[in-house]
Each structure stands twice: as C-alpha cells, then as structure tokens.
Design a protein around this ligand. Structure first.
Ligand code: GLN
Length: 267
C-alpha cells in the first residue's frame, strides 16, 4: 500500500466545499447541534491543519457533501461545528498546538462538548494518558488535549511491520452509497497506536482480532514473547470518536459519516 504523504504542503488558502471560507452566517453556530436544535443544514467540519494528512480528511468530508475547513488558529474555531485531528505525528502536533495557542481553546471546547474525531496521531491527542510518551530534549513528556478516558500506546503494532491493513467490524456505522452498515471496514495502520485500557464511559467500536494482530507487544520489545490478543482500535465517548487507523486513506466514508451524524446530534 501507499502511505499517505504526511509532509505534503498544505493549501495556503482555506479550502471548503464551495471554495470559500464559511462566514458565520453560513456556518451553523457551534453548539447548536448539541443543544437539541440540530438541523439538516450543512455542518462545518474543521480539520486541524498544523501537520498530518489534512487533505485526505477534507476530501472525505467534501465527498460526503459536507463542508470542511482547515483550522490553523484559535480565531477559526468559532466557525466550526466539529473538528477532525488527522493522522501525522502526535509529538509535533502537541508542540504546534501549544505554539499557536490552540491547545487551551481546544481543551475547553472538548470539555464543553464539541464533537472531535481523531485518527491515529489524532487518537493519541485525544487520550487522557499516553503509556509511552516521547520526551522533548528537556525531558518533558509530550502532552495531549485529552478528553477520552483511556490509555494509548504509540507505535504499538510494531516497527518491523509499521504499516498493515486488515478488516475490522465496526459498530454504529450506517450504510452509505459505498458500503452496508455491517460490511467490515478496511483499516490501514501506519505506525499506529492501540488502546490499552478504557474507562467505564468509553465504548469500544472496533478491535483487531488476535489472529490479525501482527505482533504481541509494543515496538520497544517489551511485548516480545507474549501471545497476541485482540487490540482496541476504535472508541467513542460522548462527543469524542477515535480510530487507530486511517479511514481517510482508503475511500472508507462511513466513519466520517458517523462523525457528521454525531455533530448533527443524530448518533
Ligand atoms: N506514531 C505516530 C504518533 O505517535 C502516529 C502515526 C500516524 O498518525 N499514522 O503520533
């Protein structure tokens, strides 16, 4: 398979479905979908655009008829109804979100119920705890935005097969034009985390079965010799959705569709 180019330059102009940045009038006011006045009007899905596979998420939302806009600064947050945190590198995203002043506003919006979907590095950003955080040169561990009561382990599926694909069954999906609700999701894992532990209010939506888990333990070798077990790779808790894998790179649209339904208050 071809890995997405995480370092591809991003468009400098705002790219939404009709090519123009949403005005506050076009954008459904943030919060309305969560207070019971959800309408069928287009929601605006922000994609955190500091680093990672931003284009692929925007393209998937637009292909579903949704509106998407890259988010690079705090002033853009008022125009969005939900946010996607893409795949990429969580340590870089952590540094950049803090550097541009997005980390604190995002934490507050997550707490206040803004729907957020994180894929891969985005899942790590949403985790309350990273089992094996990377340290900066001063020894400070990477931070996350948090919100999902879970422990994730970075690069957990192992470096000898940094990328692999498998089918997973995924609950809560609805049928789209492409696939039925019960059809498995083709999941692509690229230096992917798994979820090691979830709190009581975190629902497990998908797991890689033991038979398809390429190795038992994390890349640091501590798992060597363990029997493979099923690994949690998709979760939801209220307004937050996260996948270890990248639905945005396979043409899979049902996960984004679920996220849009969450924003509208329909799921
Ligand atoms: N290993 C990366 C990290 O720790 C995630 C990789 C990805 O998003 N594909 O952030």
């Amino acid at each position: 398979m071809t890995s997405p180019s995480f370092s591809a330059p991003l468009p400098t102009s705002v790219s939404v479905s009709d090519g123009a940045p949403p005005t506050p009038e076009q954008a459904e006011p943030a919060g309305s979908a969560r207070t019971g006045v959800a309408s069928k009007r287009d929601v605006v899905v922000g994609v955190l655009a500091l680093q990672g596979d931003v284009r692929e998420h925007i393209a998937t939302i637009v292909s579903l008829g949704g509106r998407a806009m890259p988010v690079r600064r705090a002033s853009e947050l008022a125009a969005i109804d939900g946010l996607i945190i893409p795949g990429g590198e969580s340590t870089t995203m952590d540094k950049l979100t803090r550097a541009v002043g997005l980390a604190e506003p995002l934490r507050a919006m997550i707490r206040d119920g803004m729907p957020v979907f994180g894929s891969c590095a985005g899942m790590i950003m949403l985790a309350d705890v990273v089992a094996d955080p990377s340290n900066d040169r001063f020894g400070n561990p990477q931070r996350t935005l948090g919100g999902l009561d879970m422990v994730v382990r970075r690069n957990a599926f192992g470096r000898q097969r940094e990328s692999f694909e498998t089918n997973v069954s995924f609950s809560e999906l609805a049928a789209t034009g492409d696939a039925g609700a019960e059809d498995p999701v083709r999941a692509v894992f690229i230096r992917a985390p798994w979820v090691e532990k979830v709190g009581d209010d975190v629902e497990i939506l998908a797991q890689v079965p033991a038979s398809a888990t390429p190795q038992a333990g994390p890349s640091d070798g501590t798992g060597t010799g363990l029997e493979p077990v099923a690994r949690i790779v998709a979760v939801r808790s209220r307004n937050l959705l996260a996948t270890s894998f990248h639905p945005e790179v396979t043409g899979e649209r049902r996960v984004h569709e679920l996220f849009i339904r969450m924003i509208r208050g329909e799921a």
